[in-house]
Design a binder for this molecule. Structure first.
Ligand SMILES: *Cc1c(COP(=O)(O)O)cnc(C)c1O
Length: 439
């Protein structure tokens, strides 16, 4: 891609990184493996932008994969973190700020009575499953193909050969016995869901779902499908676990569950997993449920769970300041409007070039597909032409627009993205769509 690779500091850094870090990255998708080329090494970020090692500026639609809903370096958040840092990095003893953050979260997500704070979404989802199993005395769980819940062993699994069989590991190093209790179903497939409950309902501890799946780009669980998930969990005594690590405080102030509750009066999940936005860019995540379930956790109950850095004082300061900002009146209306502006602009530009294109958004989260219709499950998402997506990715990058370097990832708009940023992005996309249409 770059004719002057010897002067490309991203390239130099990537070469250095690959000597000491596997693949040069600390999380695989950063490596640009799907799209090819050299990952951009970030030097600094401010507002809607970051700058790479060459000093090149990009409009950032990843936002650290979701957390940076206010944009980078929001002054109120920076001030809260600076104040917290001088008071100490970590104590290993409780603090008032953890109580404040727990209270703030519970006020915004009323389906939970109590939360426990942890350090990553992976840890929160893994702990939620242990708690669901401990609270129900059952072992089996349902997950859906294309949903990501972090990299705990029991969740690195793909569907087995039929509904009567359980899953197969998707990673080396996960013994088949560890995923033998995990049933993997197709997203939005009511018939399969009913069949799975009929076969295994009485042994199910929980059903875990991304209500708007952001790890297969952007796919909504349909309202009838979600309604059936709720009914079957209630009927069989399994816990409905919403993984809102991505959607929580991102698609709406009350998370995706508030959106399903407006379509299905009284709707609530039994347990919620949170991360990303609640830490505002710091390592912080949480899981919560009704009191009777949460009281099964140590030190009150028999389900063990712990963490040296859990409820970290700097991370909780960052999370609290972030939640405070996004709770201001009109915040989500403005963010949703800006995100819709982007998605509608992309859609119009694609249409003008006669390209198959579909897109959707909710709050500050969006997805688009080089497909004529929005997909409703993972196989449909993966029908996207990968090489066309890669052309689009690199074309946008050359115009200073940074989207996720893989076609199965959602995008994120922050409150710092201006209308001029959005217009620049749409114009860049229109130029690349022109190239794609000519291919
Ligand atoms: C990001 C994500 C996770 C994992 O969170 P980490 O903090 O990366 O461990 C879990 N579930 C969902 C839905 C996510 O988007």
């Amino acid at each position: 891609m770059n004719p002057h690779q010897d002067q490309d500091l991203n390239h130099t850094l990537f070469e250095r990184a690959r000597q000491v870090i596997p693949g040069g990255v600390n999380s695989p998708v950063r490596a640009f493996k799907a799209v090819g080329g050299t990952p951009r090494f970030v030097n600094k970020a401010q507002g809607a932008y970051f700058w790479d090692a060459n000093g090149q500026r990009y409009i950032d639609y990843i936002g650290s994969w979701g957390p940076m809903i206010l944009g980078h370096g929001h002054p109120a958040v920076v001030a809260a973190v600076q104040k917290a840092v001088v008071e100490g990095f970590s104590y290993g003893a409780p603090t008032e700020r953890e109580v404040e953050l727990a209270e703030a979260i519970l006020k915004l997500v009323p389906s939970m009575d109590m939360v426990r704070l942890v350090s990553s979404g992976t840890e929160a989802a893994m702990s939620a499953i242990r708690l669901a199993r401990g609270a129900t005395g059952r072992n089996k769980l349902i997950k859906f193909e294309g949903c990501y819940h972090g990299h705990a062993d029991a969740l690195l699994v793909k569907a087995g050969s039929g509904l009567a069989t359980f899953g197969n590991p998707t990673s080396a190093g996960v013994p088949p016995e560890v995923v033998q209790h995990t049933l993997v179903l197709e997203y939005n497939h009511i018939g399969q869901l009913e069949e799975a409950f009929a076969l295994h309902g009485n042994d199910l501890a929980c059903l875990m779902i991304e209500p708007i799946a952001g790890n297969m780009n952007f796919v909504r669980a349909s309202v009838p499908f979600m309604k059936r998930c709720r009914e079957l969990c209630t009927q069989y005594g399994a816990l409905l676990v919403f993984d809102e690590v991505m959607t929580g405080f991102r698609v709406a102030l009350g998370g995706a569950q508030s959106i399903y509750a407006s379509a299905l009066p009284g709707f609530e999940p039994d347990m919620t997993v949170l991360g990303k936005v609640i830490g505002g860019g710091m390592p912080l995540a949480a899981f919560g449920a009704k009191r009777a379930v949460m009281e099964q956790l140590a030190p009150l109950g028999p389900v063990y769970q712990a963490g040296t850095l859990s409820g970290n004082p700097v991370a909780t300061a960052c999370g609290l300041a972030t939640l405070h900002q996004i709770s201001q009146p009109g915040f989500f209306e403005a963010l949703s409007r800006q995100t819709r502006h982007l998605v509608e602009g992309l859609q119009a530009a694609a249409k003008a070039h006669g390209l198959p294109f579909s897109a959707d958004s909710e709050g500050g989260m969006f997805g688009f597909f080089l497909l004529p219709q929005l997909p409703s499950n993972y196989p449909q998402v993966m029908a996207t032409n990968g090489s066309r997506f890669n052309h689009l990715f690199h074309g946008l990058l050359a115009h200073g627009v940074y989207i996720a370097p893989a076609l199965y990832e959602a995008g994120f708009v922050s409150a710092a993205h201006s209308s001029a940023d959005i217009e620049h992005t749409i114009a860049a996309a229109a130029a690349v769509f022109g190239e794609l249409a000519a291919l």
